[in-house]
Design a protein around this ligand. Sequence first.
Ligand SMILES: Nc1nc2c(ncn2[C@@H]2O[C@H](COP(=O)(O)OP(=O)(O)OP(=O)(O)O)[C@@H](O)[C@H]2O)c(=O)[nH]1
Length: 370
Amino acid sequence: MQRNEKRLLMQRTEPTQLTQSADTLLRKFKIKVTGNIIWAGGITQLILSGAQFVLGNVVQAWLILSAGVFFSAVAWFYHGQRIPVLVRVAFITLLTAITMMSMVLNGHIGVYWTYPILVACFFLFSGAVSIVATLMLALLFAVTAFYSIPLDESWRLTVTLLIICALGSVFVVLLDELQKLLRKLVVTDTLTGLQNRHLVQQVLERAIYRLQRYQRPASLIMADLDHFKRLNDTHGHLFGDQILKQVAERMHTVLRQDDQLFRVGGEEFLIVLAEASEADAATVAEKLRSLIADQTFKGKTAEVSVTLSLGVAELSPRHTWVEWLNAVDTALLNAKRLGRNQVRRASETKPEKSAQSGIGAIIEANSEAN
Ligand SMILES: Nc1nc2c(ncn2[C@@H]2O[C@H](COP(=O)(O)OP(=O)(O)OP(=O)(O)O)[C@@H](O)[C@H]2O)c(=O)[nH]1
């Protein structure tokens, strides 16, 4: 199978959901939750205003009705978008004011609204801000309770509000951890533990910026295991997986700390070398080649020899990140054509016309899908 065909097939079989970044997914989720909370706030206030009209509390009824109309308008206006912090603060402040007023005028009846407001606050704000904001609200409600309902009940309310604050804080911390984990999972290749292709564009663009701004060189190495299909067919896919893991581990031993190693395809690896000319990168590539070829690999069921073909390309000031990737890809293709188990440089390779279907175009297509 042609290399580019193989990659396009891989691209098609990856679920779209996985190609979205963790941040995009979480941002969309937060937008949805925040919008729904404001809608719920608006509709609840509209219903409550009706009840106040029936009870004859006209001033309260108008106040609550205005809040309900405002919240509903905000939810409608910002539908599917991030609601600005100031609007969220206004939402919570208005609800708090209405609840405090209700506690003063109606005693216990107002108390019931303190709980959903605290919970909403945890959803509307994130991290430490939500913890501090809910604590402040709990204190405000407690003070109002001591003023408007019997003392023993005020204590009970204060304790239950503080319990909600504590539970909510645990929820915020867990969510934060989950977000970090999700972010890591999205950019990690689960088989080898290397970075997958998600951050490639970002890392290459940073290298381009450093070259343009500070004239710092950078080079790429693209490495592909030779005849890996044959190895899979002979020893099985699980054996192939063991070899892939060991190859990744061996590669690490040659690289410096600030070199970035990605697994960008099935048996294909990309290395971004900061501060390296093409000659430096070719030296590293040659070390990698001999490190893989000179020592056998031991899987659970067999011991095999494996070889690696590598392409090398230095970043030039006229390169976009896609062109740079395609340059190294073409050099690798050349290494394959010339017999495999060797290193080829982009400077000695004629650029390919089919750059549009190369690895650069594929990673670009994945980024655009995010
Ligand atoms: N074990 C294992 N195999 C994989 C994985 N991803 C891709 N492959 C296999 O890698 C092989 C790649 O085969 P080809 O595209 O024909 O390439 P090749 O046999 O290495 O040939 P050249 O690259 O031309 O030297 C296929 O058999 C894939 O199934 C993986 O995660 N684990």
